[in-house]
Design a binder for this molecule. Structure first.
Ligand SMILES: NC(=O)c1ccc[n+]([C@@H]2O[C@H](COP(=O)([O-])OP(=O)(O)OC[C@H]3O[C@@H](n4cnc5c(N)ncnc54)[C@H](OP(=O)(O)O)[C@@H]3O)[C@@H](O)[C@H]2O)c1
Length: 280
């Protein structure tokens, strides 16, 4: 019997893969939600070989495609009674403005909206599992503002601003989950993993790539970057920190804008509307 059932996005590389590996080594049944099944199956084989844990499963989920997210949530709901840990880890930055399949700006779609739909769709399972929901945010949130007038960066696009806003939304979303579902036994957190040498910079171009290269010598490994996610997934007695933002396994200060309760609630309402509209 596994001790916990964990669902994780973005486990095909970097921090997510290191997190999945560590939780598999602690006997969790781990569901890898991946956009690339071939990559996902290869990571599964690696985890099984390294940990001996055979309860590793791959499920297709492209976070930038809401239908794909709906299908992943439906498959999980069919297979599982409960989920104990959901790690919203997948993320990306985009040097140029791109649109998701549903017409949303890619940074917003991948980092926030897909995870919003996944999490809210899995809520019955999460409640049954008295789950911890862990959003991998970033100190980059400090560059972000909740620009509700141009959420899709249609008027002007900056990769830094779009990424900063999406990572700010990861913090808002964790806080909202803690507030809305805390009484039902849900704990939700956000975190900064550190500046990690992963595949993150590979997809960037131009100035963004140069900046990531400059940070190279100061970067930590993916295994080190996974430590706070693993801590939040496994440490006992975190109830008093529900909704908090963590760094290096400790509660950390966010930017003041991340404490804007009105913006936090507005994000929830807008995300909910966008999801419903995408069904129409
Ligand atoms: N690296 C850093 O210094 C740093 C710092 C702060 C925060 N973070 C955050 O840490 C998280 C993990 O990043 P990482 O550094 O480990 O980067 P990474 O190595 O590039 O891993 C990103 C993961 O997200 C997946 N992903 C991207 N777009 C997706 C989509 N549309 N649908 C499903 N999965 C998707 C990728 O899948 P593929 O393998 O298919 O590409 C990959 O598994 C991100 O949320 C990032 O914002 C990273």
């Amino acid at each position: 019997m596994p001790i916990k059932t964990t669902v994780i996005t973005g486990a095909t590389s970097g921090i997510g893969k290191a997190t999945a590996m560590a939780l598999a080594a602690q006997d969790h049944a781990v569901y890898l939600l991946v956009r690339n099944i071939i990559k996902g199956e290869a990571v599964k084989q690696e985890i099984v070989a390294q940990t001996g844990n055979k309860q590793i499963y791959v499920i297709k989920c492209d976070l930038a495609d809401l239908q794909s997210v709906r299908e992943a949530a439906a498959e999980l709901s069919q297979k599982l009674m409960a989920v104990n840990i959901l790690i919203n880890n997948a993320g990306a930055g985009f040097s140029e403005r791109q649109l998701s399949k549903d017409g949303f700006e890619m940074t917003f779609a991948t980092n926030h909206l897909g995870h919003f739909l996944l999490t809210t769709s899995l809520m019955p399972l999460l409640e049954r599992g008295q789950a911890r929901i862990i959003n991998v945010s970033s100190e980059g949130h400090k560059l972000g503002k909740p620009n509700f007038d141009d959420l899709q960066s249609a008027q002007s696009y900056s990769s830094f601003k779009a990424y900063g806003m999406a990572k700010l939304f990861n913090i808002y979303f964790a806080r909202s989950l803690a507030q809305k579902f805390g009484e039902k036994g849900i704990l939700a957190f956000s975190l900064h993993p550190g500046v990690v040498s992963s595949n993150f910079a590979d997809k960037l171009k131009g100035f963004d790539k140069v900046l990531m290269k400059l940070a190279g010598p100061f970067m930590i490994t993916s295994e080190q970057g996974a430590e706070t996610s693993i801590f939040l997934a496994t440490a006992p007695r975190l109830d008093q920190f529900n909704g908090s933002y963590f760094k290096k396994k400790k509660v950390a200060k966010t930017a003041t804008v991340a404490q804007n309760a009105a913006a936090q609630e507005k994000l929830w309402q807008i995300s909910d509307k966008l999801i419903s509209k995408s069904l129409a």
